[in-house]
Write a protein that binds this ligand. Structure first.
Ligand code: NDP
Length: 506
């Protein structure tokens, strides 16, 4: 053990020395340099401007207005995108209504399935292009877009294509009917994946869609619109309206929309719930979270460390179900935190298009400001702040992986959703205390538990008030598995058979 500890300290010293001055080329514990491994952006061709996708065609906004989208890793402007206003929302909803009544609604499920399979296959065929474009527009590392976002998006289309002709066997009665036109507003943290989560079940169930991507990440939704054209999806079945919050608000409030699906902040979710109340529109909300990742003293520590890192540093912590509160049993807390720090020293922060990058850019200046402000509050309230030595690139929006220890439950960093690479560590002594601290949040989206005892996993899963509980793993997603929260994390489920209920008149 003593040897282990000494070896660990020496490795940490080496990693610390080598990490200095590193944006893209850190040195490993063995002293080797990583060669740059950039993915080429040649595969992506970005037009100087993009229109709205309405009725199967791209066209400028009625007002002629547009906005810029930038690469958050460099602040380089990528392109101009049309800004949809009320007239465009009218046009998109009308196109979706006609497509619903004349084509998509009456079409047999087996025919709808063919289109969904086609979209899924094209996504796979063009996966590299999507992965590079997503990394450019969002700032997330290419290894995540390549291995997670894009394959999962395709998997959602494949999965729901399978349901399209089997709706009568989904447990919602002999002839479940679609709702009509779905207005869908999505965030910037998983732009293509969230589009797939929204579109695939809606289309499989026979609805048509008006999708509003986030202002800072419109490009993969527009490329998906191009894929809809390539798949010869009938015009108006999918419409994409790019724009800001007002565009989303106009979609949600439009009287021609029968169903609203939203993923984003709890604040906007509440505003949407107020707009929709009393209108008869069906609503699902997938909102924020402040998940507890609970590590017991019998947990396999090395696996737990990987789970903690994946839980909060995956996607720069821009994850609604991120394990942002680490609850660790007091008897192993020092050891776990020590191992965690050593692991964080090996993370590589820098160019999102480099295949060795673990931590990419923060998505926007606004989000960076929020993370910076909340982290400063953590220090001001008395928690101890630590980050591995790493030099941040001069341009773009960057934040070093950060761990706070000595956090108490009343601290803002233990209560508010930071939505960044910031972990708050708290301790507990008994399982009851772990449960009470895990549940001490207004949210209820996800949780993790690390222990060797199966009975304890089941006990914790029953006690923790969260829509998803991962056991000895974290941030695992599958299209067949329902996902969603309750309390201030929203309501309704996406994924699996349950995800169909949101788009059927049940
Ligand atoms: P928002 O909730 O504002 O954005 C989500 C989506 O809703 C975007 O498409 C946005 O458009 C749109 N929108 C904004 N205002 C309205 C409105 N009044 N009516 C309808 N749609 C609207 O999240 P932010 O991007 O502002 O992020 C703020 C915080 O929210 C983050 O720091 C994070 O804590 C949390 N968040 C949580 C997410 C989750 O998955 N749980 C996802 C994203 C953010 P536009 O982009 O143009 O503003």
């Amino acid at each position: 053990m003593a040897d282990d500890a000494e070896r660990g300290k020496a490795a940490a010293r080496r990693a610390t020395r080598s990490a200095r001055g590193a944006g893209t080329a850190l040195t490993t514990e063995r002293g080797w340099q990583y060669a740059p491994a950039p993915e080429s952006r040649e595969i992506v061709s970005i037009e100087p401007e993009y229109g709205l996708f309405v009725g199967g065609e791209f066209a400028p906004a009625a007002s002629g207005r547009a906005f810029e989208t930038v690469n958050p890793a460099t602040e380089e402007p990528l392109t101009q995108v049309a800004l949809a206003g009320a007239a465009d929302v009218d046009r998109a909803v009308a196109a979706a209504r006609i497509a619903y009544e004349r084509i998509w609604g009456p079409m047999p499920g087996s025919e709808r399935a063919k289109y969904l399979y086609r979209i899924a296959r094209i996504l796979q065929e063009r996966s590299r292009e999507f992965a590079v474009l997503e990394s450019l527009d969002n700032g997330k590392p290419i290894k995540e877009t390549r291995d997670v976002d894009i394959p999962l998006a395709a998997a959602h289309f494949f999965y729901y294509a399978g349901w399209a002709d089997k709706l009568e066997h989904a447990g919602f009665g002999p002839d479940p009917r679609p709702l009509g036109v779905a207005g869908q507003v999505i965030p910037w943290n998983f732009p293509l994946l969230m589009a797939a989560w929204k579109l695939a079940p809606a289309l499989a169930a026979g609805n048509t869609c008006v999708l509003k991507p986030a202002e800072t990440t419109p490009l993969t939704a527009l490329l998906l619109a191009e894929v809809c054209q390539q798949a010869e999806l009938p015009p108006g079945v999918v419409n994409v309206l790019t724009g800001a919050g007002e565009t989303g608000a106009a979609v949600v409030a439009h009287p021609g929309v029968d169903k609203v699906a939203f993923t984003g902040s709890t604040e906007v979710g509440i505003a949407i719930a107020k707009t929709v109340a009393g209108t008869g529109k069906k609503l699902t909300l997938e909102l924020g979270g402040k998940a507890a990742n609970v590590v017991f003293d019998d947990a396999p520590v090395e696996q737990a460390i990987e789970g903690i890192v994946n839980g909060i540093f995956f996607n720069q912590g821009h994850v609604c179900c991120a394990g942002s509160r680490l609850l660790v049993q007091e008897s192993v807390a020092d050891h776990v935190v020590d191992r965690l720090r050593r692991r964080l020293m090996t993370l590589r922060l820098g160019d999102p298009l480099d295949k060795n990058t673990d931590i990419g850019a923060i998505n926007s200046r606004q989000q960076l400001d929020k993370i910076t402000e909340l982290s400063a509050a953590g220090e001001a309230e008395g928690a101890h702040r630590w980050s591995p030595p790493c030099e941040l690139p001069k341009k773009g929006f960057w934040f070093a992986p950060t761990v706070f220890t000595g956090v108490s439950q009343s601290h803002r960093i233990a209560r508010e959703e930071i939505f960044g690479p910031v972990l708050s560590v708290l301790t507990f002594r008994t399982p009851e205390e772990a449960v009470s601290k895990a549940n001490n949040t207004p949210y209820g989206l996800s949780a993790g538990v690390w222990t060797e005892k199966g009975s304890r996993i089941l006990w914790m899963a029953q006690k923790m008030r969260a829509g998803v509980v991962w056991a000895n793993t974290y941030n695992m997603f599958d299209p067949a598995s329902p996902f969603g929260g309750y309390r201030e994390s929203g309501f309704g489920r996406e994924g699996g058979r349950h995800g169909l209920a949101a788009y059927l008149d049940v």
